[in-house]
Design a protein around this ligand. Sequence first.
Ligand SMILES: O=C(O)CCC(=O)C(=O)O
Ligand SMILES: [Fe+2]
Length: 343
Amino acid sequence: MFKEDTTVMNSNPPLFHQYGLLLQSTAHLQPLQSGYQPTSSVLEECQLPLVDLKGLESGKEKERMACSSEIFEASAEWGFFQVINHGIRSELLSRMSKEQMKLFAVPFEKKSTSGILDNSYRWGAATATQPNQFSWSEAFHIPLTKVSEADCYGNFIHLREVMEELATAMSKLARSLAGVLVESLGHRKEVFEDMCDESTCFLRLNHYPICPFPGKVTGLVPHTDSDYLTILHQDSGGGLQLMKGSQWVAVKPIPEALVVNIGDLLQAWSNDTYKSVKHRVVANSARERYSTAYFLCPSDHSGIGSCRQPSPYRHFTFGEYRKQVRDDVEKTGYKEGLSRFRL
Ligand SMILES: O=C(O)CCC(=O)C(=O)O
Ligand SMILES: [Fe+2]
């Protein structure tokens, strides 16, 4: 159906080819089944909460409380917000973007076979059987335990320096925000300290190459994050959308701001007070996109627990949760997520 695009640089994965094969194998399905999602119902105007975190550092109790309550409200109503004065230097973020671009510019063969970044390279969707399960993107998914390992980087010495620094800074920010959210529900802010573990927290470097048919495929399929919370640095091009009610809302990039979103585990722990909201990245035919995400996770054996009994969820460990998500995606192509554990 599609002709191979010879202008695609050899650094990009064979998305075009793989997507074409999926389309051919599902040509008998109705358009909606095969994932042609209309993009007309996107609200561009809606302003996501923007929280100035300098309030958290204030010596004045009133200012700290005001900032905490903005974080609480945004997490309960939107599950998503942007933060400024977050303590991560913009110089560090732009160094990361530069190194990330250099990394993705490496030939596809090398990214996928040289073992770089602990063999964490992924593209498209390994388990996709239909076009709507396919993501027009590539990513590295690096556990924090590997971030400092020189062996993972080959010649990318600067990438290692910048990733180590960024992981430390994002980890500090994620823990501070988790602390605020935990305290807002009447618990000690250290609640997640013992459970969160470097071996399961990770950084994800995303790249969304230019897509020749953006109305037909997403850059990243709709999903919720399987963690406590996520901190995201996106470039200035836009493309991230979140589900509010039954409508997609575009997240406008704000220079210097980071995006924060609640993950499934914090929704479960908070008895649904905080919302883990579905989000996606739309594909773009005019420009590519880069983003870097930090995922705050517990160790595999940690029970997720609840801020207050009775919990709407049965007891589960993070390891169990991950396994269930993996099994569901393998079997059906979709992540069921928290509903699997609801009592
Ligand atoms: O690139 C983005 O804006 C979103 C990335 C994301 O949702 C993820 O990596 O889980
Ligand atoms: Fe996500």
